[in-house]
Design a protein around this ligand. Structure first.
Ligand code: ZN
Length: 324
């Protein structure tokens, strides 16, 4: 499979930009202002949802069980945004609830979710925790994350009560994996969307660029970094949690709005994540998207390096923070 380095964007646009927004903390109050801004600026991105409320979930927010939230999300889809699943609920779901979520999603939105994103702490995640990696890199990851809560993911373990990998393979096209602090996602992962034969229940994987909360967005999405993305004619798939401080209390962060306005002014191709990934597949003209073992090893190493760099920088920032 040839990597997508020289891709052409529809309408001869200079670059492509989209967002996969994990629904952690999201409520109509704290994300509607973000989506109103995106819509006004011409962005059409992807928002994930939870179908069900649950107990013991990490970073809970509103779900499709809330009438007001549900109708707002449906209206968002009608404006051209893509809706996708972030697991069935914020807490762990067994097979029965995962399948009910897929069906409920189809009933509500009229189509299967094209995308699934694993949510932190859900034990029915697919190939999560150290199973994200292969070979010696798995051991490195384990030692890097020592002391941190370890997640044992079982969604891909056939026969387990949490197994739903078969349904994912049948109904879901794309699953998000590695996240980098660089904006040009295609440069970090030129093979995407790719198939990893060691992970047969996921059809195709994609990567993204870290804007997990407002502070991370402001740190990574500088004006210089945005200019670089455009000059590289790249693709940025932002990984975000818009519930994570972008419009706290319903008040849109001014600097976030400034930077999004700047990106919109660059005239890129602004389409939802699955539309962009479908385009990448089409350009390659190949049904087979198998990643070569060397390319996968290199991608995993790049991610480990990037993650280590980010963790060290975080420690330095913490050490330099003035003490009260
Ligand atoms: Zn999440």
């Amino acid at each position: 499979m040839m990597p997508n380095l020289q891709i052409r964007w529809p309408g001869n646009r200079p670059f492509a930009f989209t967002v996969i927004d994990d629904t952690d903390w999201a409520t109509v109050q704290n994300v509607k202002p973000v989506y109103d801004l995106l819509a006004d600026l011409g962005f059409r991105t992807t928002k994930t949802v939870w179908m069900f409320q649950s107990e013991n979930g990490i970073n809970p927010g509103e779900t499709c069980e809330d009438a007001e939230y549900r109708s707002w999300v449906v209206a968002l889809q009608n404006r051209g945004f893509e809706i996708a699943l972030h697991n069935a609920a914020a807490g762990t779901s067994d097979r029965v609830r995962s399948l009910r979520a897929l069906d409920g999603f189809r009933d509500l939105f009229g189509n299967d979710t094209a995308i699934h994103c694993n949510h932190t702490g859900c034990l029915e995640n697919l190939y999560w925790g150290d199973t994200r990696l292969s070979g010696w890199r798995r051991g490195v990851y384990r030692s890097l994350t020592r002391g941190v809560r370890t997640e044992i993911s079982r969604g891909h373990v056939a026969g387990d009560p949490l197994f739903w990998g078969d349904a994912c393979r049948e109904r879901v096209r794309y699953v998000r994996n590695f996240v980098f602090d660089q904006l040009n996602t295609l440069k970090m992962c030129p093979e995407m969307p790719y198939y990893d034969p060691a992970k047969p229940y996921v059809n195709l994987w994609f990567a993204s660029a870290d804007a997990g909360n407002l502070a991370t967005f402001l740190r990574n999405f500088t004006y210089a970094a945005i200019d670089r993305l455009v000059s590289e004619r790249g693709l940025c798939i932002v990984y975000s949690h818009f519930g994570g401080g972008f419009a706290p209390g319903g008040h849109l962060d001014r600097e976030f709005a400034n930077r999004m306005t700047y990106i919109a002014g660059k005239g890129g191709w602004f389409a939802p994540v699955s539309t962009v990934l479908d385009h990448l597949r089409g350009e390659a003209g190949a049904d087979e998207r198998i990643i070569a073992p060397a390319a996968l090893a290199s991608l995993e190493s790049r991610w480990l390096q990037n993650r280590t760099k980010v963790e060290v920088a975080k420690k330095v920032r913490r050490a330099l923070r003035p003490r009260k």
